[in-house]
Design a protein around this ligand. Structure first.
Ligand SMILES: C[S@@+](CC[C@H](N)C(=O)[O-])C[C@H]1O[C@@H](n2cnc3c(N)ncnc32)[C@H](O)[C@@H]1O
Length: 184
C-alpha cells in the first residue's frame, strides 16, 4: 500500500476514455477542413469513445484502428461499431508499437494531457508512422508544454502547431519527411 512518502507510480490506465473530450469533439467537427480522410487507413490513438475515428469513418476512411489503453473504452466502442467492417479495436499502451501500422495518418483528440507519459506517447507515434506519415493531435489549450517540441525531436519527429478557432492542432512527422500538409 503506498504511503504519503512513497507516491504511487502513474498508472497507464485512467477513466478519461469514458466520455468525449473537447478537443476531440472539435477535431471531429473540423476534420474535413483539416485533413482528407477519404480512402485513408488511419489510427485513432487514445481513442476513448472514438469521437475522432468515428468522424474519419463518416468522412470515408477505408480503415480506422481504434487504440486505447483502457479496455472498457474499447468495449464501449465495440458495442457501438461492432458491425462496422472498417473498424478494428486494439488494446495499446503508449510506448508500444501501435498495432496495424505503419500508418500514413494518426489522429489523436486531447491526448496531450499526461506529462508523465509524453515520452511514451511520442515513441508510439514515431513507431506507428509511415515514413511519409503525419500525426495530428488536437488540444484545447492555447499554450502547450514548452518541452514538447524537444521531446518530439528526441523521438525522431518534427513538431509544428497552429491555433485554429478553438483548439490547437499539432502536426508530427518523421524527421526528414516533407513539411506538414494539414489543410487550412
Ligand atoms: C482525455 S481522453 C481522450 C479521449 C478521446 N481521444 C477524445 O478526444 O474524446 C485520453 C484517452 O487516452 C487514453 N490513455 C491515457 N493514457 C494512456 C496510455 N498510457 N496508454 C494508452 N492509452 C492511454 C485514455 O484511456 C483515454 O481514452
Amino acid at each position: 500500500m503506498p504511503t504519503p512518502s512513497t507516491p504511487e507510480p502513474a498508472s497507464a490506465r485512467d477513466a478519461t476514455g469514458r466520455y468525449p473530450w473537447p478537443a476531440g469533439v472539435r477535431l471531429a467537427r473540423d476534420l474535413g477542413a483539416v485533413i482528407a480522410c477519404q480512402d485513408q487507413e488511419l489510427c485513432d490513438l487514445g481513442c476513448g469513445t472514438g469521437v475522432v475515428g468515428r468522424a474519419a469513418l463518416q468522412a470515408g476512411a477505408r480503415r480506422v484502428a481504434f487504440l486505447d489503453g483502457a479496455d472498457d473504452a474499447l468495449a464501449g466502442l465495440r458495442e457501438l461499431l461492432g458491425s462496422e467492417p472498417r473498424a478494428s479495436f486494439h488494446l495499446h499502451q503508449w510506448g508500444e508499437v501501435p498495432p496495424g501500422g505503419p500508418y500514413r495518418l494518426i489522429l489523436g483528440g486531447d491526448i496531450l494531457y499526461r506529462e508523465a507519459f509524453f515520452p511514451q506517447l511520442l515513441a508510439s507515434i514515431a513507431l506507428g508512422l509511415a515514413a511519409d506519415g503525419q500525426c495530428l493531435l488536437a488540444d484545447p489549450r492555447t499554450r502547450l508544454e514548452e518541452e514538447l517540441p524537444g521531446l518530439a525531436q528526441a523521438a525522431g519527429l518534427t513538431w509544428s502547431s497552429v491555433r485554429r478557432s478553438d483548439f490547437t492542432l499539432v502536426s508530427l512527422r518523421p524527421a526528414g519527411a516533407a513539411p506538414a500538409v494539414a489543410r487550412d
